[in-house]
Design a protein around this ligand. Sequence first.
Ligand SMILES: Nc1ncnc2c1ncn2[C@@H]1O[C@H](COP(=O)(O)OP(=O)(O)OP(=O)(O)O)[C@@H](O)[C@H]1O
Ligand SMILES: [Mg+2]
Length: 447
Amino acid sequence: MANQMPVQHVCSFCKRLITISDQYDMPILDPQSGFAICRNCIKDIYNFIEEHDEKAEAQHQKDFAATLDSTIVKNKPHMIKQFLDRYIIEQERAKKVISVAVYNHYKRMKYGYDHGGDAELEKSNVIMIGPSGCGKTAMLQHLSRMLDIPFSVTDASSLTEAGFVGADVEVAVRNLYYAADRDIERTEHGIIYLDEFDKIARKSGENNSITADPGHEGVQQALLKMLEGSIVEFTARGQRKHPEAPTIKVDTKNILFIVGGAFVGIDDIIAKRLQKSDSNIGFGAKVEGEKDKKKYDELIRQVRPDDLMKYGIIPEIIGRLPIICTLETLNEDALMRILTEPVNAPVRQYQKLLKMDHVDLRFDEAALRAVAKKAIERKTGARSLRGIIEDIMLDVMFEIPKSNEPRRVTVTEDCITNGGQPSVETVTAADIAADFDDDDENESWTA
Ligand SMILES: Nc1ncnc2c1ncn2[C@@H]1O[C@H](COP(=O)(O)OP(=O)(O)OP(=O)(O)O)[C@@H](O)[C@H]1O
Ligand SMILES: [Mg+2]
């Protein structure tokens, strides 16, 4: 035993002699084939991979930066707005604010790459405030489809502080990571839209009794870290969170945040403030009685950071949302336009569907106005338009396909207000082809 020769191997790469009994010199061995790699060669391989990965990452950054030039040319503010105009009626200012914010985001990114990563140009996160059903969510959803960088929409009302039932705030970054096809470099330069942002307001704001509010303050603190720029760690989708689960790390310092919400009741807060500071303006008292569109919009336009604070958003977060953008209440005319003008307008969609049954569908102007009036009564902005149209179209959609005859169906005011039946007349096939103008068919930004 004592005189036994130590087992030796030859490294299959560098041919060096390795003594197995030497704990320090342990190689990787395949006893069956006699294949061995010595410690030195293992180190070399490791260094080789590291270097290769670093180069690949640098190249990836370069490639991404190179695409930015063309992205900037293709995403000037007026172009982004033009795209939004096809879907969103009115809200001119909000469309402008968002278009400029996105364009600046691209430029800031380019500047960062050109100047060694440290962006001196500060980002300008946006907060959007506007009544229910005025187009906040719709606008950002359409925007997300046109952008050349990852964009994700996350419902803030579903977020809870870690430890509570619900989604942690990291979910917002994780959504972006998947929108970026799991590319971390792209994720770190994306845009996160936090919808329903008002729902995370502290419940114990001025207007409310002090109720237990375990989640919201914590959510705001966690979101603040993200807004300030931090490394957010999350597990892959479908993977349970446990201490050993591998995590993905994303730095949020260059991510643009847009948040939006209806902030129901903030007009009262603004009215109170104005009343205090200048009784001549005289909003406050009148507002109690009739809160019509004009007064609401006038008030909301004057929103200031301290109003948001009173609403229950912590000041540090407000400080990180320097651009406040307000949207308007949609009036009857705007609602009528929403029914027919956007590329995806409800009336247009029914026209397309019925054209397949050789039917020319028309809505009398008075009918459209009646739909708009009904929607205003429901006080949910444009949200209820589709439902109202769907209600009256159900019978038409059911009855019409019974025959293959070319027809013209006209929805009248009576159909909307008294549940009357649309008028149906027989026409020639040529009539239908001529009447129907498919003007959006060859535009480049189709959904
Ligand atoms: N300005 C608009 N132009 C065109 N369509 C609109 C407009 N505003 C709303 N709509 C339509 O109404 C629907 C509801 O609007 P949206 O979801 O954007 O409301 P919101 O402003 O996010 O309201 P909430 O605060 O209640 O979430 C949209 O899906 C869209 O079809
Ligand atoms: Mg919404």
